[in-house]
Design a protein around this ligand. Structure first.
Ligand code: MN
Length: 335
């Protein structure tokens, strides 16, 4: 049976997205639902995935408030459509053992083909050259000679914006498709807005306090910034980096006898100084605060129970020493 006939003749359709579904997944699911409704007015639809990301939920709430995405499969469905993934594992623990008849299963995806795809679905619409699944769903509308609603145009554009990181990675094809969606009624501004998340107020206050209390050190031309907050120290570090710090180290004291130190540096800082915040700084701070530290070159932390201020002072010394030892020629660092 052709894919179109499958959609027309199945009285119920289950659409599955991957776990922690992102905007590309949920927007593709919603667009597939519209496609089905256009060819099969009376068919029943269920959208299912094991968890929807906060951002994806926000996109749905913006354009299709009240959309029901269930976390479990209820009953049997004559047709199954899997989007934005090509293997069972990605469906998440609760859904990976789902049963379906491959001859009545369609898989729409843009990831590298997996051998498992053929076992799950007899009908593959897989295009790994596309930057999003949403673009492939648009092709299906085109193949059927159908047009989508303005709401769906917005959803499809949001999915594309997300998967291309707002056109950070893109092709002429994707850009043309985006223009076409805007011409078809997609609300570009609303899509961009829907993809921005605002942290909770308490977190924003912590970030602002970190900025207000910051102390700056200029080490060999690098701006190293320390600060203190009661919580959200990792978020505060990212905020200080956004403000222009090359290295941010923030101490958090959420309660008496709890000290958490978080640190971040820019890629440029790490690449040119080879200072590893994990091994050069946080591992050594652990003992001072009565705990342990470690992490990655660009993001590291330490948890302990005392001496937050001393630890911050010491961390700056450790960064200074590590810059001195760096493999990068010091001259190159001067502006
Ligand atoms: Mn995708």
């Amino acid at each position: 049976m052709s894919i179109r006939a499958l959609l027309e003749k199945s009285s119920s359709m289950l659409v599955l997205g991957h776990q922690n579904a992102d905007p590309d997944a949920v927007c593709s699911m919603a667009a597939v639902a519209e496609l089905y409704r256009l060819v099969n007015e009376r068919g029943s639809i269920s959208l299912v995935c094991d968890d929807v990301s906060r951002l994806a939920a926000q996109v749905l709430e913006t354009f299709l408030p009240g959309t029901m995405i269930s976390r479990t499969i209820d009953g049997n469905h004559e047709l199954v459509v899997i989007v934005d993934t090509n293997n069972r594992f990605q469906l998440g623990e609760a859904l990976q053992s789902f049963r379906s008849d491959p001859s009545r299963t369609i898989l729409i995806d843009h990831h590298e083909p997996s051998p498992e795809a053929n076992e799950i679905a007899g009908h593959l619409i897989v295009k790994s050259n596309k930057s999003s699944t949403c673009e492939i769903v648009i092709d299906v509308f085109d193949d059927f000679g159908l047009s989508f609603s303005k709401t769906t145009a917005s959803l499809l554009l949001a999915g594309i914006l997300f998967d291309t990181r707002r056109f950070f990675y893109t092709t002429t094809d994707t850009l043309s498709t985006a223009i076409r969606l805007v011409k078809a009624g997609a609300d570009y501004q609303a899509c961009v807005d829907a993809l921005v998340t605002k942290p909770d107020r308490s977190e924003r206050i912590a970030r602002l306090k970190a900025a207000a209390r910051s102390e700056m050190y200029l080490l060999d031309g690098w701006l190293v910034v320390t600060s203190r907050v009661s919580a959200f120290e990792a978020s505060a570090c990212r905020a200080l980096i956004d403000l222009g710090a090359d290295v941010a180290i923030v101490g958090g004291t959420p309660s008496k006898d709890v000290v958490r130190i978080s640190s971040r540096s820019t890629n440029e800082f790490y690449q040119r100084t080879h200072v590893n915040l994990g091994t050069d700084v946080m591992e050594r701070l652990g003992e001072l605060i009565g705990g342990v530290g470690g992490g990655h070159p660009n993001a590291a932390g330490a948890n302990g129970k005392k001496s937050c201020d001393r630890a911050l002072t010491r961390s700056v010394e450790l960064v200074r020493e590590a810059i001195g030892k760096g493999k990068a020629p010091v001259k190159e660092l001067e502006p």
